[in-house]
Design a protein around this ligand. Structure first.
Ligand code: URA
Length: 230
């Protein structure tokens, strides 16, 4: 939001006095003087006037969770447990999910309270590679890789998926890399080539890999390098 509006939301400051304070160099954002009366700040920004804190701002949170099978990627549900049930209660109220997984899928799930950051992870135009380990009911054929690379037409949405990589690891096991996150995308891609996914596990998103020390249901904060990689 605009810094001058944020300041004038406090009853002691009018909009005019907020602009004057900014222009005269008396306002600091995250410890730095800001003189631009058009400046905008996010909700994480700490704002002070004459070095007296006006607002502390929110601490930003970035978590990776090893999602177990059976949990919904949702904030609440009447029937099934959700991934937020796996977090400390004080974290649940703050975070949202950056890139969902189906209830029957497992693996890397990112949670944050930073909406701009999670948008960068999920924005289809940014084409973040998402890598999955897949098990199928039927043997995977050589020609399936070519179909995935061409893109699969989803008639319901009237679109063709972006080129994806399918690398067979075993008769009924593969690593699949996709660059978008359409509804049930991998399951529907296998369905389109006459196969059925029996297990789906997300290994990585961009350069963030699911930490092998995390058991299903466990989570940890992202490192600074992981946050910055997005
Ligand atoms: N594709 C799917 O079909 N399901 C997921 O959970 C993720 C990708």
């Amino acid at each position: 939001m605009r810094l001058d509006r944020l300041i004038s939301n406090y009853p002691q400051y009018s909009h005019r006095s907020a602009r004057q304070l900014i222009a005269s160099g008396r306002v600091q954002v995250n410890g730095h003087i800001v003189r631009d009366t058009q400046a905008t700040v996010d909700r994480f920004a700490a704002v002070s006037i004459d070095e007296q804190p006006l607002r502390n701002g929110y601490a930003s949170l970035y978590l990776m969770l090893h999602k177990p099978v059976g949990y919904l990627s949702a904030t609440s549900d009447h029937t099934h447990p959700t991934v937020l049930d796996l977090l400390e209660p004080e974290l649940c109220e703050q975070v949202h999910i950056g890139g969902r997984l189906d209830r029957s899928s497992s693996g890397l799930l990112l949670l944050t309270n930073d909406g701009l950051w999670s948008r960068r992870v999920t924005e289809p135009q940014i084409k973040t590679p998402k890598v999955y380990h897949v098990r199928t009911a039927e043997p995977i054929r050589d020609e399936d890789a070519a179909r995935f690379a061409e893109g699969i037409h989803f008639a319901f949405e009237g679109l063709t998926t972006s080129p994806a990589q399918l690398q067979r690891l075993d008769r009924c096991e593969a690593q699949v890399t996709i660059y978008e996150g359409r509804y049930h995308q991998i399951k529907r891609m296998f369905h389109a080539v006459g196969n059925r996914v029996t297990a789906l596990h997300r290994v990585s998103m961009g350069s963030i890999l699911l930490d092998p020390i995390l058991e299903a249901g466990e989570y940890r904060s992202l490192t600074q390098a992981e946050v910055a990689s997005v």
